[in-house]
Design a protein around this ligand. Sequence first.
Ligand code: ADP
Ligand code: TYD
Length: 211
Amino acid sequence: MITKPKNGNFIAFEGIDGSGKSTQIRILAEKLRAAGIRCYTTMEPTDSPIGSLIHQIMIGRVKTDPKALAALFAADRLDHLLNDVNGILQILQNGTTVLTDRYYFSSYAYHSVDMPMDWVIQSNEQSSILLRPTATIFIDTHPDTAMERIAKNRSHRELFEKKSRLVQVREKYFEAFQKLKDIENIITIDGNRTKQAVAEDIWTLIQEFLP
Ligand code: ADP
Ligand code: TYD
């Protein structure tokens, strides 16, 4: 009898810029692989043509309206799920666990600073129907700490990496979590600690989803 492989888990990491998402994804992916669990890491914006256009807008090289930018992120997300080269849905189908650095909660938080959150949620409805994360891990890092980390390690600051913006975005994340708490599995982790301490917490809670 042919048994269909179980779909892999889809874990979305969220947080303000500099919160430590990509660091934690790297550590978790290493641990999962060491435990013999197949795992694929990815991020949004993607490196697809739509994602590349978004990057150009973020660094100010291409100008557009904030609503158009929000819609581009929604389009990039659908391509991230559906494209037939490395689309997430296809990767999950062979049982691989997928870790993504940002998913639709990033849109809810970042774009609702400038426009109604319900509009942003609606414009991402197709993605939420296609794939709701097994868990969304929010790494909650204080904007001052996040800013210090960014300043230490990056040569230029992108559009969103200003402190007041990060403060607003963090609040919007909590607003979105509150709004969707009945249908989403959201876990908040204190990101103001050492990389190892944060990683240990994530490893402990991830055990719940492992095969
Ligand atoms: P994000 O992906 O959320 O923007 P990163 O993982 O790239 O954040 O982290 C931003 C910077 O802060 C990196 O240089 C990283 O090495 C550093 N960093 C990440 N987590 C911590 C931590 N817990 N303590 C100190 N520095 C950290
Ligand atoms: P990037 O430097 O790639 O990522 P990070 O700060 O996570 O290391 O920048 C991505 C930026 O795009 C970040 O400021 C958040 C923003 N963003 C949105 O505004 N909307 C979205 O839907 C997503 C996925 C990201």
